[in-house]
Write a protein that binds this ligand. Structure first.
Ligand SMILES: Cc1cc2nc3c(=O)[nH]c(=O)nc-3n(C[C@H](O)[C@H](O)[C@H](O)COP(=O)(O)OP(=O)(O)OC[C@H]3O[C@@H](n4cnc5c(N)ncnc54)[C@H](O)[C@@H]3O)c2cc1C
Length: 409
């Protein structure tokens, strides 16, 4: 039996490991073991197939001045982390040309087009179909002007297989009743989805992996090439090695790929433990566009998330961002008490906002899947399926060339 090591047990690693197991490999996952630090722990659980446009776009660059944190927006560029975000930013600028953006959007559309069916297939295999909902989400606005701008921007956008329509009067009334009358207009996406309980899903994936004979080791990997070298010097061998370590991937792959411009695009959340499925109309996630936040009504918590802070993963958190989330929660009348859980974590982001899914050009046993930025939950199951095809040398269901790391060379 061929063997594989998967480095990283976030949602991407968990899905890759299960897909390789299903392809007949004997799989070991190695993870650093701090599960709450992973982006897969603290995200909003939104299956965001509507986001086909890479965020590395001219429009986003030109409007950035309006979205800076110090001017009330979500985007933070802490001066202490300039050595991380300046080179990243310059590469991002290089990725915003019209032709490259169009190629990226086409690539993301094919990837996102498979995302929800892939989750449904995987959820059925791990007895977790009840954890994946596919009945859309709300977007709300708090002024007539922002509603007009926001709604027409979504109508003009390429939203792939998802569609948007203005909310009915009764739905808007329910949203206003739920959120201190703040929304003045709302729209409903259909075709998008949500994970009902993230930690239950992670547990279901892990249980299925272990029951099928998988091995889980805890430890920090230093380097991956033909072998996996741990921080403590231990070396592990396998026929296939896949690096799915989120923000940790660039360090692990440095020797074989050189410097990879992966940045920690950090997000924050506050949450209260509760069954929150009735905290929003129809239990759907709500995006408050004017506030740049998303409210996730999970089965075990109510979570309010936001911010994109371009930084080093290990830099100290910015207290003001949690305070701001608390202010939003208060203004919207959310049942998040003064004493709540706070979290910060790193979206693993590459300058063109496409993930990296591929194989080393010379070390043919070395594969990678990371850099899923804002879409790692959405894309985890489909990434697993694509990686299994790559490893087995069969033709993947979509063209993976746009996701190859050689695009940055
Ligand atoms: C606030 C916020 C909200 C978000 N909301 C959404 C959303 O609604 N929908 C969506 O699709 N995406 C969302 N995302 C993005 C999503 O969370 C990430 O893209 C996704 O979780 C990345 O998954 P991953 O498995 O690649 O990385 P991670 O979840 O970070 O997992 C990486 C794993 O690798 C391990 N690791 C790292 N380095 C090493 C090492 N050296 N040795 C061993 N193990 C290592 C870590 O321990 C970790 O377990 C959000 C992100 C944030 C921050």
């Amino acid at each position: 039996m061929k063997t594989a090591i998967v480095i990283g047990q976030g949602l991407v690693g968990a899905c890759v490991a299960l897909a390789l197991q299903r392809a007949g490999l004997s799989v070991t996952i190695i993870d650093a073991g701090d599960e709450k630090a992973a982006a897969s722990f603290g995200n909003a659980g939104h299956l965001a197939i509507e986001q086909t446009s890479p965020l590395a776009s001219r429009a986003n660059v030109l409007s950035l001045h309006r979205r800076i944190f110090t001017r009330g927006g979500p985007a933070g560029f802490p001066l202490r982390d300039i050595s991380a975000w300046l080179p990243f930013g310059l590469k991002l600028l290089g990725a915003t040309g019209a032709a490259r953006f169009a190629r990226g959007q086409h690539a993301m559309q094919s990837l996102l087009g498979q995302a929800i069916p892939a989750w449904q297939r995987l959820a059925a295999r791990v007895q977790a179909t009840h954890l994946i909902r596919t009945d859309g989400h709300w977007v709300v606005w708090e002024s007539a002007a922002s509603a007009q701008l926001g709604y027409s921007a979504w109508q003009a956008a390429n939203t792939g297989a998802a569609t948007i329509a203005m909310a009915s009067a009764s739905d808007l009334a329910a949203l206003r009743a739920g959120f201190g009358a703040q929304p003045v207009a709302a729209a409903r996406f259909t075709g998008t989805g949500q994970v009902v309980d993230l930690q239950a899903l992670r547990q279901a994936l892990q249980t299925a992996f272990l029951v099928a004979g998988g091995t889980l080791k805890h430890g920090r990997v230093r380097d991956a090439a033909q072998d996996v070298t741990m921080q403590d010097g231990a070396v592990y061998r396998a026929d296939t090695i896949v690096v799915t370590a989120g923000i940790g991937a660039s360090q692990i792959l440095k020797r074989k790929f050189g410097s990879i411009a992966l940045i920690a695009e950090r997000g924050y959340h506050i949450e209260a433990a509760m069954d929150a499925r009735s905290a929003t109309p129809q239990g759907l996630p709500v995006v408050f566009e004017d506030r740049n936040i998303i409210l996730a009504p999970f089965a075990s918590s109510l979570r309010l998330s936001g911010f994109t802070e371009f930084s080093n993963a290990s830099s100290p958190p910015d207290e003001r961002k949690w305070q701001k989330l608390q202010m939003h929660a208060h203004a919207l009348g959310l049942p998040i008490p003064a004493k709540h859980d706070r979290w910060i974590g790193s979206r693993p982001t590459l300058p063109d906002y496409l993930p990296a899914i591929g194989r080393h050009p010379q070390v043919r046993s070395l594969f990678y899947a990371f850099g899923h930025n804002h879409l790692g939950v959405t894309l985890a199951a489909t990434t697993g399926e694509l990686m299994a095809a790559l490893v087995q040398n069969s033709v993947p269901s979509i063209d993976l060339t746009p996701f190859d790391l050689k695009r940055f060379q």
